[in-house]
Design a protein around this ligand. Structure first.
Ligand SMILES: *Cc1c(COP(=O)(O)O)cnc(C)c1O
Length: 365
């Protein structure tokens, strides 16, 4: 089990003048939904060129003041992360691989010309908000406290260059089980839009990628599908990922394939965890490219039996149907597959402290 590292920056704790009442909080926690309810606190840390990170606070959540010329509002220097805190059966609180989020946050920062945040400070910021809002962690099965660390460029300057001032914040939102009883299979639409091009920002977790995915996602919904899947920008042939989830293909011979991280795919921590768990199970997993054409042929011949998407928010989601301008096919019986369910259960039971943690992924706080 990992332990929390010390940081050089001390957090100033600002007391909350009017925290949510117990009744109101309990009301929210009975049906938290996703991303609509927020806790009482937030973390805030400032960065200034020449000075580095300073003024770390944990205090009441509320609006932040920004100059209308703040660079983030014009040139979209923004990156974020998403992770969850779980309440275990023994009442303890656990995070899942927060150092992996810290590392990826810095990779995103580098691509967006933003300052790096020491990994220990990132993890400490998560510890601070979870400790302040520990009563906001739902205990229902599949529920968690969703944590959203992010960084924005705050310098008031309209010239085009990296900003000299940034703000790092963490907010928290109680989250219910994404799918009440076992995930139903989703139907996905193959987009003609592209999410990421070689040399672009596809591997960075930045708001700009999401802004560009909203029209394709809305188009998928309009056509009666749940999610959008993107193909590569150069050949429009190779499967990349969904708007916010990575993909796995499961074959009848027990092998798994996930698109390789070539720079246009977001390196998901759930993806990486599934990779390790599948190998623990003795399965053959390849990181490779896989074409839409092959996907359809393999689904139709029965060579491919399952497909699932994975990410922190929904964990593992089976894909039942695929449609596009030139394709339309069902995967397996169109419902959740066996291996999908098995890998999901393996991952979730580690996250919830109900199974051994051989990889040291769970950090108790
Ligand atoms: C965050 C994200 C994922 C999933 O990453 P996890 O670390 O597993 O949550 C996949 N694709 C995109 C585009 C993402 O932004």
């Amino acid at each position: 089990m990992a332990t929390t590292a010390k940081t050089e920056i001390a957090f100033t704790s600002l007391s909350h003048p009017a925290p949510t009442s117990v009744e109101q909080r309990e009301q929210v926690l009975t049906n938290p939904g996703f991303g609509t309810n927020f806790t009482d606190h937030m973390v805030s840390i400032e960065w200034t060129e020449g000075r580095g990170w300073h003024d770390a606070t944990i205090g009441p959540r509320g609006p932040i003041a920004l100059d209308p010329a703040a660079s983030v509002l014009h040139y979209a220097q923004e990156i974020f992360e998403g992770l969850k805190a779980y309440k275990h059966g023994d009442g303890s609180i656990a995070l899942f691989r927060p150092e992996a989020n810290a590392r990826r946050f810095n990779q995103s920062a580098e691509r967006l010309a933003m300052p790096e945040l020491p990994e220990a400070l990132f993890v400490e910021s998560i510890r601070q908000i979870v400790a302040a809002d520990r009563d906001w962690i739902p205990s229902a099965e599949g529920a968690s406290l969703y944590l959203r660390p992010f960084m924005i460029a705050t310098e008031a300057f309209l010239g085009v260059r990296p900003a000299k001032q940034y703000k790092y914040l963490v907010i928290a939102s109680p989250a219910g089980n994404y799918f009440k009883s076992g995930a139903p299979a989703v139907s996905i639409w193959v987009s003609d839009y592209t999410r990421a091009a070689p040399g672009g920002t596809g591997a960075a977790k930045c708001g700009g990628n999401y802004a560009a995915s909203l029209v394709p996602q809305a188009e998928a919904i309009e056509r009666g599908h749940d999610q959008v899947v993107f193909l590569d920008a150069a050949e429009h042939k190779w499967i990349e990922e969904l708007g916010g989830m990575n993909l796995y293909f499961v074959f009848a011979d027990g092998t798994l394939v996930t698109p390789a991280l070539t720079g246009t795919i977001l390196p998901g921590i759930t993806r990486d965890s599934i990779l390790a768990l599948a190998r623990d199970e003795g399965l053959t997993v390849r990181e490779d490219r896989y074409s839409l054409e092959q996907w359809q042929a393999d689904a139709q011949s029965g060579k491919l039996v399952e497909t699932f998407a994975c990410g922190t928010a929904a964990v593992v989601t089976p894909v039942g149907k695929v449609s596009g301008r030139e394709v339309e096919f069902t995967i397996g019986s169109g419902g959740p597959g066996q291996l999908t369910q098995k890998l999901k259960n393996r991952l979730v039971s580690i996250q919830r402290g109900e199974a051994p943690d051989p990889h040291g992924w769970v950090m108790k706080i």
